[in-house]
Design a protein around this ligand. Structure first.
Ligand code: XUL
Ligand code: CO
Length: 456
């Protein structure tokens, strides 16, 4: 095959499709569970009311720019595979603007109400900070126009402070003070643009904030610097009137051996230590929970019970692979568990953000639709199941019964902090032995959940 120049490819695309990136795809609609149309929703019916709100309001589906519009399919063993006719492959601002228009066509056709980006996904990095900022401004103008045209909103923005080699030692935890200053400048700009575009949150994923080796790492100093960095971001948000929610996204490893924001517990401990709990919540990602040796439900519950559940990066890993494979989640058990916790604590202003990528073998544009449709349906089904479980108190009633011994006089006294070891000893000396235990009924509860999954 004779290779066309990128300019020619773009010209072809414009002429052949009248500036449409997905000419064969029309808007994805709800057709119900019996539909065989792979380009329809079977469970996600945006305006249907479930548990007091529309599905759209509960789920706040978000498409990520970095995987869906910048993912190339390259892996450590092979070159890019993705066919993206609207993208000429260049790092020009013009190409970035064309890509943005294609992205909004996708969001619209998918009926996704939100998107999220890193600064360097949407606009190319220039040869200086000033040039990068100018590129970002130019593309942001197109994003704004497209947001206004389509009504699609920005869930969150973030700064990519891990791809450029300057960040090899980290950004806010680097040993190089000027790299720290550069990162601060990048966050300042990303906050301004996120604010300008009406972003509802701002995320920090600690890309290279961590270490490979403690021999060359002053951990205390690095964490102090990270705390300062976040305070500066909070101060600047106040200064410009950005009222969005700040979020930290926990991840235990990859790219570093130890990431400082390793899991929800580590993040909350950090936030408390540095006096940041009033300003930050957590963006919990399934694949990151797995890497931390936790279930997603654990991470969500741990954050939720402390009022710190902000948003989710909805994906899944592969349990046989020990890295961040960022796959689309289609497993009803997983989405049911996630939705059980989200119904309990709420999600807004966060969202269900698909931080997931199609496999490199799924290289055609239509695969982007199949991937998102499948996961949107899986979350919608999880929502329906979780809402039914909640409405019947099918888990909460047995849970309350399990702890009923604490509802008596003794339990109340202990919970109120009105008991000493000596008083408890006196009670048990008199009784001689504690009351008999009751079964935890774990297997029965697993069956209960299955019953609701069967009913859909
Ligand atoms: C990396 C990851 C990021 C964040 C945004 O593992 O999940 O894409 O979600 O920086
Ligand atoms: Co993520």
């Amino acid at each position: 095959m004779v290779r066309k120049s990128s300019e020619l490819q773009l010209l072809d695309w414009c002429q052949a499709t009248l500036m449409t990136a997905f000419p064969e795809i029309s808007k994805i609609c709800y057709e119900g569970p019996d539909s065989d149309n792979p380009l329809s929703f079977r469970w996600y019916n945006p305006d249907e009311v479930v548990a007091g709100k529309t599905m759209k309001e509960h789920l706040r589906f978000t498409v990520v720019y970095w995987h869906t519009f910048r993912g190339t399919g390259a892996d450590p063993f092979g070159s890019p595979t993705m066919v993206r006719p609207w993208d000429d492959g260049s790092e020009s601002v013009e190409n970035a603007c064309n890509r943005a228009r294609a992205a909004f066509e996708f969001f619209e056709k998918l009926d996704a109400p939100y998107y999220a980006f890193h600064d360097r996904d949407v606009a190319p990095e220039g040869s200086s900070l000033a040039e990068s900022n100018a590129n970002f401004d130019a593309v942001a103008a197109v994003l704004k126009e497209e947001q206004q045209r389509t009504g699609v909103k920005l869930l969150w923005g973030t700064a990519n402070m891990f791809s450029n080699p300057r960040y090899m030692h980290g950004a806010a935890t680097t040993c190089n003070v000027e790299v720290y200053a550069y990162a601060a400048a990048q966050v300042k700009k990303a906050l301004e643009i996120t604010h300008e575009l009406g972003g509802e949150n701002y995320v920090f994923w600690g890309g290279r904030e961590g270490y490979q080796c403690l021999y060359n790492t002053d951990m205390k100093r690095e964490l102090d610097h990270l705390g300062r960095f976040f305070h500066m971001a909070v101060d600047y948000a106040k200064e410009i009137g950005f009222g969005g929610q700040f979020l930290i996204e926990p991840k235990p490893k990859e790219p570093t051996k130890h990431q400082y924001d390793s899991d929800a517990a580590a993040c909350l401990n950090f936030l408390r230590t540095y006096g940041l709990t009033d300003h930050f919540k957590l963006n919990i990602e399934t694949n990151h929970a797995t890497l931390a040796g936790h279930e997603m439900m654990h991470e969500l519950e741990y954050a939720g019970m402390q009022g710190a559940l902000g948003s989710i990066d909805a994906n899944t890993g592969d349990l046989l692979l020990g890295w961040d494979t960022d796959q689309f989640a289609t497993d009803y058990y997983l989405t049911t568990q996630i939705m059980l916790v989200l119904l309990k604590y709420g999600l807004a202003p966060g969202g269900v953000n698909f931080d997931a990528k199609v496999r490199r073998e799924s290289f055609e544009p239509v695969d982007l639709f199949h991937a998102h449709i499948g996961s949107m349906d899986a979350f919608a089904k999880g929502l329906r199941i979780a809402a039914a479980i909640q409405a019947d108190d099918a888990l909460s009633a047995p849970l309350a019964a399990r702890y009923s011994s604490w509802d008596g006089e003794l339990g109340k006294k202990i919970e109120a902090g009105d008991c000493s070891l000596a008083e408890l000893e006196a009670i048990m000396l008199e009784k001689g032995e504690a009351a008999a235990n009751e079964s935890g009924r774990q297997e029965m509860l697993l069956n209960v959940v299955n019953r609701y999954i069967d009913r859909g």
